[in-house]
Design a protein around this ligand. Structure first.
Ligand code: ADP
Ligand code: MG
Length: 458
């Protein structure tokens, strides 16, 4: 068993940070905090992973701020720390936490996001903030415009680093790395899912002999989240199931993930018509609109948020107790992140996934990623005909490797999640991961992966 965790005060953190933690009501570090903070405080580079909702933000913010409070700046003008996040909403959330931790100090901070006024950001950067929280595309635009220099950067932190690579930000990350070339720079990478060839490649370039802290495996089951899977025939069937779920489940707030942006609008209108207060959020909206929607949803003004993978990462909305995958995500990791919008900080949540013929390949990828045979549940009166797609006949397939969906289909009650007889090898490369399709999860409407040029939009 893990040792009794230390208290925050045992890390030797600056007293202003302890006061801020006290205001937040946090005394005991979570496991990732307990293990990552001492490593970061020794100055090592770090690659850290732990499940969704386990407190990774404070695990990097606390030691980063501590370092800035306790040491002299390497440069008078350049920012001392840069925190990158894949989406504007997540960057903003990290910024808000940073603000509450630095409010009692002389540390200046700035938020630099795509979709917001470039010239206003230049003005903010002229004030020489010590810490910048940014999305990578816009930050790179500022390097191009020479509105910011990173030669004195002491800390480079990448939250959800794997997602930034998925979204095609490798070029920007390399550019930032080259601009931030101080030999005393410390670099940190955090995510719930970091186990990939591209992440390792990037880490080799950006980090110096990093330490690794992994609390649990990326595919370990999140026990605070109850998962249920439903087989569906077609769109109408999915809509009927969704309506049934929203009418019968008890939940505080729900997030529904769809594959495409037009679907978010259509579904929102449908639910709204039925008297359910619903908002739609997608990456192609104006930033002002995105801000307005997230603000009102986080204040509980809508019961349901319908969105794409733009909201799959990092968002910490404590009232969300239900997540529905109206469509399965193209990448298995996004399943882990989407359902991780609930079950946070020890709270319980429920995640439901609707699996139709078009979702089948994506569903199988999730099943392989989780190394589980996933069973299905049916709702009385709403059972469909689709029973899964049998794998193409395999001559030498192992005995009993028949389509698990066929086994599970029709099962009533809780989804069975028997461990597979033989663990399937974890997917180490992305050969079977589809690139994110148009409208699927890309932050800001940019063509994901191998994007040629950053748009000025980010
Ligand atoms: P992750 O990045 O791992 O998904 P977050 O950093 O967003 O998780 O934290 C999830 C939630 O846990 C947040 O609401 C945060 O305020 C809360 N939290 C973080 N650290 C602690 C702690 N030590 N004790 C209690 N709650 C915490
Ligand atoms: Mg996080």
């Amino acid at each position: 068993m893990a040792q009794q965790p230390e208290q925050f005060k045992d890390f030797g953190l600056d007293s202003r940070l302890l006061t801020a933690l006290d205001h937040m009501g946090f005394n005991t570090p979570t496991e990732i905090q307990d293990r990552a903070i001492p490593v970061i405080l020794t100055g090592h580079d770090l690659i850290a992973s732990s499940k969704t909702g386990s407190g990774k933000t404070l695990a990097f913010l606390l030691p980063a701020i501590h370092r800035l409070m306790k040491t002299r700046a390497l440069s008078k003008r350049d920012p001392r720390a840069l925190i990158l996040a894949p989406t504007r909403e997540l960057a903003k959330q990290v910024y808000v936490q940073l603000r509450s931790l630095t409010s009692g100090s002389s540390i200046n901070i700035a938020l630099v996001l795509g979709g917001e006024n470039f010239n206003d950001q230049i003005k903010a950067l002229r004030k020489e903030p010590h810490i910048i929280v940014a999305t990578p595309g816009r930050l790179a635009n500022h390097l191009d415009a020479r509105s910011l220099m990173l030669g004195g950067l002491e800390l480079l932190i990448m939250d959800e680093a794997d997602r930034m690579l998925d979204l095609g930000f490798a070029k920007e990350l390399n550019q930032i790395n080259e601009a931030a070339d101080h030999r005393r720079r410390q670099t940190l990478m955090f995510s719930a899912t970091l186990d990939h060839a591209e992440v390792n490649e990037m880490a080799d370039k950006l980090l110096k002999s990093p330490k690794r802290v992994a609390v649990g495996a990326a595919n370990a089951e999140h026990l605070d989240i109850e998962k249920r899977f439903y087989l569906c025939d077609h769109l109408d069937h999915k809509q009927a199931l969704l309506q049934h779920i929203l009418a019968t489940e008890s939940y505080q707030q729900a997030i529904i993930f769809t594959a495409t942006r037009p679907d978010t609008e259509r579904l929102a209108a449908l639910l709204q018509e039925q008297g359910l207060s619903t908002a739609a959020l997608s990456g192609d909206m104006s930033q002002a609109e995105r801000n307005r929607i997230m603000d009102s949803f986080s204040r509980g003004q809508q019961k349901v948020l319908i969105t794409t993978d733009v909201a799959s990462r990092g968002l910490d909305l404590l009232q969300v107790s239900l997540v529905v995958n109206f469509d399965m995500p193209k990448q298995a990791e996004e399943y882990v992140h989407r359902i991780g919008r609930t079950g946070r900080a020890g709270a319980k949540g429920t995640a439901m996934s609707l699996v139709g013929p078009k979702d089948w390949d994506a569903f199988k990828r999730v099943e392989r990623f989780l190394q589980q045979d996933i069973g299905f549940v049916t709702i009385e009166g709403l059972a469909g005909k689709f029973k899964g797609i049998k794998p193409a006949a395999r001559k030498f397939g192992p005995k009993g490797a028949a389509n698990p969906a066929a086994k599970g289909a029709g099962y009533k009650g809780k989804a069975s999640r028997k461990p597979a007889g033989k663990p399937v090898k974890a997917l180490k490369d992305r050969s079977d991961r589809l690139p994110t399709g148009t409208g699927l999860g890309s932050d800001d409407g940019m063509a994901p992966l191998k994007r040629k040029k950053p748009t000025s939009n980010d």
